[in-house]
Design a binder for this molecule. Structure first.
Ligand code: SF4
Ligand code: SF4
Length: 357
């Protein structure tokens, strides 16, 4: 197998913090007993305190909605533990409640994820309702879903509705992609990207096509701009593929990825790598500050990772549904943190939108 892209670590130097200091120390969600989270090294909240930083919500601008855990793939790095046998799927009744709340809260952006969000039977109806409200939609598409039964018109439908696509392609080589995502995934991904290009995706500014890179192992992503240049050259030369931008994302050590690291004796070392590369300049831009995250039942969380760990919004005891939440009560409230949060603040930082600094 070829050397995976980015198989190197970043320097462990702490960059000087020039961001705004928040005024209150954070209240961490103190549950070291969560089995899926690394148990070694400092707690994230202690490092924030050391840097005189606190992590709090701003007014929510975006909802990230998990439409279910059903997926046509079962990737090694998947923090959702999604797969073809999962049955958790958002119902239309739940979608209607979310639509009503989003309208009242004047939400302007929605990020749809899963599993494969397209496999939810109400996916297109839900998107149409959001578009009618003037909401901008991003869909996290694994590309190969376009070749599933019943999805033959998906690419055209996406283009007609001008939905922004964010597509995972963890490498530009077949070996590495198939190793992480399953045999044959690379070829299908290339064919799918070519089909999307033919519809204008990645070329027409109204049809953004972003690719997502994440490391194929226990290391941090390399510098995003340099990697984007490599992707452009390789995908253009080899396959004639164009895309809008590359988002480099750090793997968060929870669930399936954490188990794989533990099995290989790499979990503690990877956690230490994240801690050593803590970058205080990433904190202000963390996605949990401006996003609210929903699971397939409409329950609300600080972020997708906390959802997977069942840590309720703000680390409070009771779990709330979105429609039980007053949007005006969110700003300035606590965000629940634990050791996995170092994955978002290492090096250039990481979010669903790629690097943070
Ligand atoms: S395509 Fe995405 S949701 Fe599906 S298994 Fe892979 S990482 Fe998980
Ligand atoms: S995992 Fe990342 S996005 Fe989630 S609460 Fe921690 S820092 Fe925020």
């Amino acid at each position: 197998m070829e050397q995976p892209i980015g198989a190197r670590t970043l320097g462990g130097e702490t960059q000087s913090a020039k961001i705004e200091l928040f005024d209150v120390a954070p209240r961490a969600f103190n549950n070291d007993a969560i089995p899926q989270v690394p148990q070694t090294g400092p707690h994230f909240s202690d490092i924030l305190t050391e840097h005189k930083l606190a992590l709090r919500h701003a007014k929510p601008e975006e909802l990230q909605i998990n439409l279910g855990k059903l997926c046509n793939l079962a990737c090694h790095h998947c923090h959702v533990d999604a797969g073809p046998k999962r049955t958790e799927i958002m119902t239309w009744a739940t979608m209607e409640k979310i639509l009503a709340w989003a309208k009242a809260a004047k939400i302007t952006q929605v990020d749809l994820t899963g599993g494969a969000p397209e496999l939810n039977p109400h996916f297109r109806e839900f998107c149409t309702a959001l578009l009618e409200m003037g909401v901008q939609i991003t869909s996290r598409c694994n590309i190969t879903v376009m070749y599933e039964a019943g999805q033959e018109t998906l690419a055209e439908w996406y283009a007609t509705n001008k939905i922004r696509l964010v597509c995972s392609l963890p490498c530009y080589t077949e070996d590495n992609v198939d190793a992480q995502r399953g045999k044959g995934v690379f070829d299908k991904s290339i064919a799918g990207l070519q089909q999307l290009n033919a519809l204008g995706y990645g070329l027409d500014p109204e049809l953004p096509l972003d690719l997502v890179y994440n490391p194929v192992g226990a290391f941090l992503p390399p510098e995003q701009e340099g990697l984007e240049k490599d992707y452009r050259e390789m995908l253009s030369q080899e396959f004639g593929i164009r895309f809008s931008q590359l988002l480099a994302i750090t793997n968060i050590p929870i669930n399936r990825f954490a188990h794989a690291l533990e099995r290989d004796g790499e979990l503690d070392g990877y956690q230490q790598l994240l801690v050593d590369n803590f970058n205080p300049q990433t904190v202000d831009g963390l996605m949990c500050r401006t996003q609210l995250n929903l699971d397939w039942e409409g329950r609300v969380f600080d972020c997708d990772f906390n959802q997977m760990l069942n840590i309720p919004l703000g680390g409070v005891d009771e779990q709330r549904y979105l429609w039980e939440l007053d949007v005006d009560s969110v700003a300035n409230t606590n965000i629940a943190t634990n050791r996995h949060c170092f994955g978002c603040t290492a090096g250039a930082g990481s979010s669903c939108g790629g690097k943070l600094t």
